[in-house]
Design a protein around this ligand. Structure first.
Ligand SMILES: [Zn+2]
Length: 272
């Protein structure tokens, strides 16, 4: 859609966003304002590109946010002033705007058509640290405090209209390991909603397990569902010639391995 392409460009071109992303040193006032500035820049950029009839209204901006760590990055000789930091690990906190809603009429003024794309994903904070339970808990606390301190922001557009922006940030951008820590589930093999283990999942009695409704707040990641379902189908596919989940004996192992390699080779060109 031509309209959408123009919209993406306007946001990407807004270079001064980058200044807001980088965490200011401790004690600096800017650090405390970082969430507000980020939300303000996001709202300004989107208000500039969308065309709607409503003027001078109160808008609720619904965003998702979350964090994740990655490891195995190249290590360089430059030393960090804080010796706890290492460039082997990266921990990123990010947010994505999802919807702009007119508070009075509940009308959706703008909807992010590609919510899983990195295009609208603004980093809030980078840390050169390894993801662990303490870092996850502290980051959740820190960002939630910042969100709670967000007050409605007034934005004036170039055409002279003014909008009051209220923000609703939902912590739903997380993977299994972060979800486990935040929901205080003690094993990554357990379901964070009903606490079922793989053993429970193979019995019909497990269907009626009571859900922990509190944990619904973490949302349901369709991205992870797609990946997991596809992975499951792949593994079933690899085992089709032997018709058994357990791969036992050298003969069966060789069959499954050969099938796996064949599938990988035949799917590679289409993945490029
Ligand atoms: Zn469950």
């Amino acid at each position: 859609m031509a309209g959408n392409e123009a919209g993406h460009g306007a946001i990407v071109r807004n270079r001064d966003l980058i200044d807001v992303w980088i965490e200011a040193p401790r004690g600096n006032r800017k650090q405390k304002l970082i969430c507000k500035e980020l939300v303000q820049k996001t709202a300004e950029s989107i208000l500039e590109i969308i065309n709607f009839e409503e003027r001078d209204c109160r808008i609720k901006v619904i965003c998702k946010w979350g964090f994740d760590g990655s490891s195995g990055h190249s290590q360089y000789k430059q030393k960090f002033s804080d010796l706890e930091n290492t460039d082997e690990f990266l921990f990123l906190v990010a947010m994505t705007p999802l919807r702009f809603i007119d508070i009075e009429t509940n009308k959706v003024l703008w909807k992010n058509e590609s919510p899983s794309s990195t295009l609208y994903c603004w980093p809030i904070k980078f840390l050169f640290k390894k993801e662990n339970a303490d870092l996850v808990r502290n980051t959740e606390k820190e960002i939630i405090t910042k969100i709670e301190n967000l007050i409605p922001i007034e934005i004036k557009t170039k055409e002279g209209h003014s909008y009051i922006i209220e923000v609703d940030m939902m912590l739903t951008m997380l993977d299994g390991s972060v979800g486990n820590v935040l929901s205080e589930t003690n094993s990554t093999m357990k379901c964070i909603i009903c606490g079922a283990t793989p053993k429970d999942m193979n019995t019909l009695a497990g269907i009626n397990r009571p859900p922990n409704v509190d944990n619904y707040r973490f949302g349901l990641s369709t991205l992870h569902c797609w990946i997991r379902f596809f992975e499951c189908l792949l593994h079933i596919g690899y085992r089709l010639p032997i018709k058994s989940w357990q791969v036992r004996g050298p003969e069966n192992k060789a069959i499954v391995e050969a099938n796996k390699n064949e599938s990988k080779q035949s799917s590679e060109p289409s993945c490029l």
